[in-house]
Write a protein that binds this ligand. Structure first.
Ligand SMILES: NC(=O)c1ccc[n+]([C@@H]2O[C@H](COP(=O)([O-])OP(=O)(O)OC[C@H]3O[C@@H](n4cnc5c(N)ncnc54)[C@H](O)[C@@H]3O)[C@@H](O)[C@H]2O)c1
Length: 334
């Protein structure tokens, strides 16, 4: 029986890049069936809700979801659907790898960094958001727990072992945020002691940003809290050619959602110029999660080959091809 994957095509450039990834999964012979549901603005327009119950049910039912970017209306009264999904399904680990691909014209050629971001707590817990009556003061509560910190640190070290990685860098701001970041650092240090085979270092987040720009090759796995991980992973995407090259996996104990790191890119939606690589790379993460190593390696090789040849890449990579031509080039390699 074929495995069923939940698919959320998303908003803006989402449908075109998700469609590209599905064509590639099919061409590689993955044999998936797709359970299509909506979320974000598309769902708000068609079903009156940013996150309909039918979408929640499909994610729970199938366990594995491929998701396009979702737009959140700016303004009061709307919670980010992405944040809601991560909390609802306790997708506590956000895995954001960046790898140099020859041919991207990126600033660096030798990058291989995974940001492991705590995905449900910290400043994104949504707790205590208050704006005073006269609008002059705003408050939000950052919640960090020992259990959440332990889980994410364990995840990072287990990943290091599984993937034969040499080093984990704990990124924090415990010098100023003594309670929240302090608890995260203390807990991560304790977990690190259980992994003497993996080198550990610590870095304050502002220094980490500077080091990532000046000397990114020193990093291997970065483990950090929610807000820092969100920002650092976009910075990392910039090291390898931009957001079009950055996938993200949201992993929980029962479900996983695979997506691009970037958003719905309204500035380029409908123009057939979006780079589909981020969602193609997210679907490679999905295949690895399901243990489908052979299919994932074949798709990765085809994608690398297209980017290296440079003849049919999208504008963000320095080429002139559209989303469909780029996808076609990957399909023909497969
Ligand atoms: N995981 C998600 O679903 C997610 C993540 C971030 C932002 N968002 C949402 O997306 C919307 C737009 O956010 P934004 O404009 O700040 O960020 P964005 O990531 O959508 O775009 C930032 C810049 O990167 C470019 N870009 C992004 N993806 C690209 C691709 N595949 N190929 C080529 N260029 C690409 C865009 O054109 C834009 O110039 C907002 O509603 C935001 O809430 C969703």
């Amino acid at each position: 029986m074929s495995r069923t994957i939940t698919v959320i095509k998303g908003d803006g450039i989402g449908p075109s890049i998700v469609e590209a990834a599905l064509q590639i999964l099919d061409k590689a012979g993955c044999g998936f069936s797709y359970d299509y549901v909506d979320a974000g603005m598309t769902a708000l327009e068609s079903e009156g809700s940013l996150l309909p119950q039918s979408t929640i049910d499909a994610i729970a039912r199938n366990g594995v979801t491929l998701k396009g970017p979702l737009a959140t209306p700016i303004g009061e009264g709307f919670t980010s659907v992405n944040v809601e999904l991560r909390q609802k399904f306790n997708l506590y680990a956000n895995l954001r790898p960046v790898v140099s691909f020859p041919g991207t014209k990126a600033r660096y050629e030798n990058i291989d960094i995974i940001t492991v971001r705590e995905n449900t707590q910290g400043m994104y817990s949504g707790a205590g958001q208050v704006v005073s009556e006269n609008g002059s003061t705003a408050e939000a509560t950052s919640i960090v727990t020992q259990k959440g910190s332990e889980d994410i640190a364990n995840f990072a070290y287990e990943l290091a072992r599984k993937e034969n990685r040499r080093k984990v860098t704990i990124v924090h701001k415990a010098n100023i945020l003594k309670s929240t970041s302090g608890l995260f650092l203390k807990t991560a240090r304790r977990v690190a002691e259980e992994y003497p085979d993996i080198e550990t270092n610590e870095m304050i987040v502002d220094n980490a940003c500077m080091q990532l720009v000046m000397n990114p090759e020193q990093f291997d796995i970065i483990v950090t809290t929610n807000l820092f991980g969100d920002i650092i992973s976009d910075l990392c995407a910039g090291l390898v050619g931009g957001l079009g090259m950055a996938p993200g996996a949201n992993i929980g104990r029962e479900c996983a959602i695979f997506e691009a790191v970037h958003g719905s890119a309204p500035d380029i939606a409908g123009q057939n110029i979006a780079n589909p690589s981020s969602v193609i790379l997210a679907s490679i993460q999905l295949l690895q999660y399901l243990g489908m190593r052979e299919e994932s390696s074949r798709i990765l090789a085809a994608l690398k080959d297209v980017i290296k040849s440079g003849d049919r890449t999208t504008r963000d990579l320095g080429g002139t091809a559209g989303t469909t031509e780029f996808t076609q080039a990957v399909l023909s390699r497969l």
